[in-house]
Design a protein around this ligand. Sequence first.
Ligand code: FAD
Length: 387
Amino acid sequence: MLDYVSLEDDLTEEEQMIRDTARQFVEENVKPDIGDHFEEGTFPTELIPEMGELGFYAPNLEGYGSPNVSETAYGLLMQELEACDSGLRSMASVQGALVMYPIHAFGSDEQKDEWLPDLGMGEAVGCFGLTEPQHGSNPSGMETRAEAADGGYVLNGSKTWITNSPIADVAVVWARDKTSDGNPVRGFLVETERDGVTTNKITEKLSLRASITGEIGLNDAFVPEENVLPGVSGMKGPLSCLTQARFGIAWGAVGAARDCFETARDYATERDQFGGPIARFQMQQQKLAEMATQITTSQLLAHRLAELKERGDLRPQHVSMAKRNNVRMARDQSRVAREILGGNGITTDYSPMRHMANMETVYTYEGTHDIHTLILGEDLTGIAAYE
Ligand code: FAD
């Protein structure tokens, strides 16, 4: 596997073990069928508990059965999962960074006891409801509202593009609390079986097909007071979750690009045209050289991010730079890999075009490329240019 400047020489034993466990799991259990899942628009849901047993959901958290592994180990895990498919990494990202993380960081002891062990083991599935039909890049404009009622809150509104909502047991729903001064955004743990909650599936996707995406409809859905995340108020709640998930994406995208590179290199050395392998042509070598260089520089950025996170110096803007760069890189390079595979490259028999299609989602979700550009622009100049 491409590791051109030997970054993996510095991994600890635990990090190597987590990387190898994920690699083996993917090779044996997911890769053989992932093309079929992509074509059919399905996710291998039977693997959700197995992924839990292997510790794939938020292993970087502390307590409640989480082993508290290093941030590099967590990143490597995301890299190996996304080297298979972005849908697989999305499953782990949502469950770990977007559902377990906020419960861990902002939940009550009762909420942690109730949800973290089950979510960690993949015995329960969670989803994260922030995006709305009219509020994507600007989630602070959200219209979903919570009104105080006897013993709890009544929720109304709709969320869309929610990974795993149709198969989720619980949704972390972000809504404006209409009863508090200033209507702050609060997080609500909404069991999807509650009256007034619907989770329709979105079926028309041409990207991230091996992942289940849906809506969350909230129509006078009551949740008791104890389902409110007590430890956070305001946009800091959802945004801090996104920083966790984007960190994993910055790593994961490198995995997708690496898989494209490996597939293209193998193909180029095996495919003969004009009396020999196409890898002997300078044009193909130029593509492989550029791909390897782009992947290597993205790997360096991901590894540095983990070091900064480990010592508490990681800023959300650092994560924006890495998510923005590494996903763009994977989006561009998956296309180059597809080219090298010629006609075969457009089939699900090979991974590059599947990765290429997936990257359209990854480029867009968790803050679009443009939004991360604006975050960096503001950080570098002190001038916000969102509006
Ligand atoms: P818009 O915000 O309407 O943006 C449209 C275009 O305008 C983009 O190119 C954008 O960059 C650009 N734009 C917007 N504002 C500006 C600006 N100020 N300056 C310049 N350009 C701008 N959300 C969740 O909450 N939970 C999930 O689990 C989840 N999973 C997803 C899974 C999939 C498969 C997809 C496709 C999306 C998912 N999302 C999820 C939603 C995702 O986060 C949003 O799609 C994303 O935030 C962009 O919002 P939007 O699609 O409404 O695009």
